[in-house]
Design a protein around this ligand. Structure first.
Ligand code: CP
Length: 323
């Protein structure tokens, strides 16, 4: 693996999931793989899980992790080619990224979309410019449109749960991505990425449900069943992935903040005793009710803890490819 930006960088999803689960069983089995190597983790936006899990994963492989909150502590970066930098940006990525390429062996970056200009956000300029100019492998810690480490974690978590069930022939779990209300417009990254990964994985009956105005980009959802009827979608579901996202077509807006879309125990009764997932952070009693988050059916902590093994599997693949 050269870079980790989307599911397209993964040749075999199940093999990567297996590798992550092996690290979960034995975290230090490759504790010297990253010896004398350094990863730079650049955050243009806030994070808790991604930052800590990537740091732990690197350390489990014997790698030094250096965190740089460039969004709050660094020079404001310019990403446009041929920009006349007479505004707020201080340093061009073309100057900064090659330096990071000398300081580090792997570069990991979190950027968010502006949610103002869809074409700009969906061009993924920021992460592409780092790949172009850093000259070392780049790992997405969430980009303008995708969150691949989260999605790998989600597939790991579902696989883990499925492995604990009695095996029945040809059973494909039903996975439902269900839109949830929120108080502010959020990126589509997690929903796009989850859709992309579950479709590419191909081992589930995949349904997406959202209010009419909340279509996601077809490039990620193609292959899933899409319905605006949440109750119909929830029927017999094995896994519910709850997430808010803002509008894609009339970009970055909130139209419907309908509390009826919040998952409740009553709605959960429609499912096949579904496990409830969320990438976190979650707004309690807005996106998801206390009664669900605090119930045995919620696997959000298991899911977040698996972020370590997803990051470790990815870093291991990159380090092995660099040998
Ligand atoms: N799920 C996730 O990426 O969490 P953080 O924003 O805290 O990293």
């Amino acid at each position: 693996m050269k870079n980790f930006i989307s599911v397209h960088d993964v040749s075999n999803i199940n093999a990567l999931v297996e590798k992550a689960l092996e690290y979960k069983a034995n975290p230090f089995k490759d504790k010297t793989l990253g010896a004398n190597k350094r990863i730079g983790c650049l955050f243009l936006n806030p994070s808790m899980r991604t930052r800590l899990s990537t740091q732990i994963a690197a350390q489990n492989l014997g790698m030094e992790a250096i965190i740089f909150n460039v969004g709050s502590e660094g020079w404001a970066l310019e990403f446009e080619e041929e920009a006349i930098m007479s505004g707020n940006t201080v340093e061009h990525v073309k100057d900064a990224a090659p330096i990071m390429g000398k300081y580090f062996d792997v570069l990991a970056i979190r950027t968010f979309p502006s949610l103002k200009n869809r074409e700009d956000d969906y061009s993924e300029l920021y992460i592409k410019q780092f790949i172009k100019y850093a000259g070392i492998p780049v790992v997405s810690l969430e980009s303008a449109t995708l969150h691949p480490l989260q999605s790998l974690t989600d597939v790991i978590t579902i696989t883990e749960c499925e492995n604990h069930k009695p095996q029945t022939t040809n059973h494909k779990p039903k996975i439902v991505l269900t839109w949830a209300p929120h108080v502010k417009p959020l990126p589509q990254c997690v929903a796009n990425s989850f859709s992309q990964w579950i479709n590419a994985w191909g081992e589930a009956d995949f349904v997406i449900t959202h209010p009419e105005e909340y279509e996601l980009a077809e490039q990620f959802t193609k292959g899933a069943t899409i319905t605006h009827n949440q109750d119909e979608a929830l029927k017999d579901a094995d896994y519910l992935y709850v997430k808010n996202w803002s509008t894609f077509n009339d970009y970055g807006k909130i139209y419907c903040n309908d509390p009826e879309w919040m998952l409740t125990q009553k709605k959960l009764k429609l499912t096949n005793n579904a496990k409830v997932m969320h990438c976190l952070p979650v707004r309690r009693n807005v996106e998801l009710s206390d009664e669900i988050l605090d119930s045995a059916g919620s696997i959000v902590t298991q899911e977040a803890s698996n972020r370590v093994w997803a990051a470790q599997a990815v870093l291991s693949e990159i380090l092995n490819a660099k040998r």
